[in-house]
Design a binder for this molecule. Structure first.
Ligand code: F6R
Length: 612
């Protein structure tokens, strides 16, 4: 949420570089955009509500350019999306400009003080504007931008990544972060600050990760990182191994479709990184010992949205294989329910971005109470990764579409590997079972290609049903968790009211909604539950429902009972979610396409939810 780009270089050209950077951050979600540059020793700011092309229309003037500037895409929290509320925000005499991602919780208190003691006039309804005025006031007192920023951040409570520049020190941009992402990029004759690496990857693959409460001072020649007491900090450079192409569409119409098709490779990569040639799971870089694993008497898996759904599958896998009690919870609930945590607790956080505020705060709570923290994360060096005791990376590559697809399936792979590793260590599974599961996992990429060969058929089903106003998803066992994910995928990109429920729960209330033509997806991939699912399908069909089922090849019981059946290749029940979810992702994608929706950037959603 909110994207920040700051640039300082030798020559003019900041405008296009910043605009390009903002476009690379569009995936984070935004409702307005703005840019400020120092032109002829003065700060000039342009901002516009809506998409970045709206901003582009008002900054065409070639005179409006510089060698230094800051840009921002805003996702509204305080104040409606509007030109005035868009960032950058400036102080009264227009000598300080600020972009901000996050929320300043005590902004009212600071605002009242600025109104009372300094007669400041505010132009926007945002919390962020107070930062510009506060830094302006402190600058007037001390005459040094670094000191003014340090002093201001000591007053601010909440979450923030900010980038600041001043026309009085036109050679630098200064950034500071607390619980919101900020990275610095080392360019040639120029340097960058941004919310995420894709913003400057075209120019630099050498990155410094900025830590909480650090202040980074960036000129065209150098990047210096300081602590709150102005003591310089040494930081190793991180070298990015993926390239710009990996973050582009490679001929697909949408990132989401590209990412759906990248699942075989993401799964293979995630497996390869953790499996030796002989099929053993290696925990390189993870410090958890056999004794640690034997000590755990409870596991919490905590995450949000799609990552939470991956956690539900993780619960099935760990309980079934490693025989340890697992509770999976949404992070925003976990934080506020006094969970029972001690040194015997393993806390697993799952997050694609590694920046989700609720997940991060839940992790901190668990850590403060003595839990061991293992995270499953896609973005290397993200906050969740850095604050965990151990990290099990998913190797999905950059996920740009807001709707998560390849992150989910690679998260599942990690959960299976964690479950198998624990089970092996505890001796709760035998070698034959272990070997069978590893083979099952290794076969998934090939089986996914078989599902992709049915893409046209799924597209036709989507065309037929895209006008439906309501769709239900049901399943039993691990299928019930995949039905939650199928339903979320559909609602978030097509805006169809969809609802997922455990099939056995239907008759306890929800079945009241079934009438002639009500559309159901029935997930029936679990061999041991086929007959039970068959009964559930009969129950809804008897009330007029139209049923599209998903079942394993050759499951005639289910296909005969259903109006339509999409087959997945045969596999062990345990790993079926890796296959079952894919037709649902494809269905959601085409439904959204037939409805003319903004697939990669659905309304109201952000890729990285860095506020509570
Ligand atoms: C849905 C989706 C979200 C995220 C959730 C957590 O498609 O993408 O539900 O899964 O916001 O995000 P991460 O995994 O970045 O913590």
């Amino acid at each position: 949420m909110c994207g920040i780009v700051g640039y300082v270089g030798e020559e003019t050209g900041a405008k296009d570089i910043i605009l390009g950077g903002l476009k690379s951050l569009e995936y984070r979600g935004y409702d307005s955009a703005g840019i400020a540059m120092i032109c002829d020793k003065k700060i000039v700011t342009k901002k516009k509500v809506g998409v970045i092309s709206n901003l582009e229309k008002i900054i065409g003037d070639p005179e409006f350019d510089s060698n230094i500037g800051i840009g921002h895409t805003r996702w509204a929290t305080h104040g409606v999306p509007s030109d005035l509320n868009a960032h950058p925000h400036c102080n009264m005499d227009n000598t300080v400009a600020v972009v901000h991602n996050g929320i300043i919780e005590n902004y009212m208190e600071i605002k009242e003080e600025l109104l009372r003691d300094h007669d400041i006039t505010f132009k926007s309804e945002t919390d962020s504007e107070v930062i510009a005025h506060l830094i302006g006031v402190y600058y007037d007192e001390c005459g040094d931008l670094h000191d003014a920023v340090t002093k201001a951040t000591k007053r601010m409570r909440g979450t923030y990544a900010i980038v600041v520049m001043s026309s009085k020190e036109p050679d630098k941009i200064i950034g500071v972060r607390k619980d919101a992402p900020l990275v610095a990029g080392i360019g040639k004759g120029c340097n960058f600050l941004a919310s995420d690496i894709p913003a400057f990857l075209k120019y630099s693959g050498q990155v410094y990760f900025i830590e909480n409460n650090e202040i980074v001072v960036v000129t065209k020649d150098e990047i210096k990182i300081y602590d709150e007491d102005k003591k310089e900090i040494h930081r190793d450079v991180f070298h990015v191994t993926w390239d710009v192409d990996a973050a582009e569409k490679a001929g697909y119409e949408h990132f989401m479709l590209k990412e759906i098709h990248e699942q075989p490779i993401g799964i293979e990569e995630t497996l390869t990184r953790r499996l030796t040639d002989s099929g053993e799971i290696n925990l390189d870089g993870i410090s958890m010992t056999k004794e640690d694993i034997e000590k755990f008497d409870k596991i919490y898996i905590v995450a949000c949205g799609t990552a939470y759904h991956a956690g539900l599958v993780g619960k099935y896998a760990i309980e079934k294989m490693a025989k340890i009690t697992v509770e999976t919870d949404v992070a925003s609930e976990f934080r506020y329910r006094d969970p029972l945590i001690d040194e015997k607790t393993l806390f697993i956080a799952i997050s694609q971005s590694g920046e989700t505020q609720d997940t991060l705060q839940a992790l901190r709570l668990a850590k403060s109470k003595g839990a061991r923290v293992l995270s499953v994360v896609n973005v290397i060096g993200s906050s969740v990764a850095r604050e965990s005791d151990d990290v099990f990376y998913t190797w999905a590559g950059p996920e740009i579409a807001v709707a998560s697809t390849k992150a989910y399936t690679t998260q599942l792979v990690c959960m299976y590997l964690i479950a198998l590793y624990m089970a092996r260590t505890k001796g709760t599974i035998d070698n034959a079972y272990y070997d069978r599961m590893i083979t099952e996992l290794k076969n998934i990429p090939e089986k996914l290609e078989m599902i992709f060969s049915q893409e046209k058929d799924i597209e036709k089903i989507a065309e037929e049903f895209h006008r439906n106003n309501e769709i239900f998803f049901i399943g039993r066992g691990v299928d019930s968790t995949v039905s939650l994910e199928g339903s979320l995928k559909l609602k978030e990109i097509s805006y169809i009211n969809s609802f997922a429920i455990a099939a056995g729960e239907l008759k306890h209330g929800t079945i009241a909604l079934v009438e002639n033509g009500t559309l159901f997806f029935a997930l029936a991939t679990q061999d041991s539950l086929t007959e039970k699912m068959g009964s559930n399908i009969e129950e809804i069909k008897a009330r007029g429902a139209y049923v599209i089922s998903i079942a394993k090849e050759g499951n005639e019981l289910i296909s005969n009972l259903s109006d339509r059946c999409i087959f997945i290749p045969k596999c062990a029940d345990e790993v079926s979610p890796l296959l079952t979810v894919v037709p649902l992702q494809i269905f959601a994608y085409y439904v959204a396409k037939f409805r003319g929706c903004n697939i990669d950037k659905p309304k109201n959603l952000a890729k990285s939810v860095t506020v509570e």
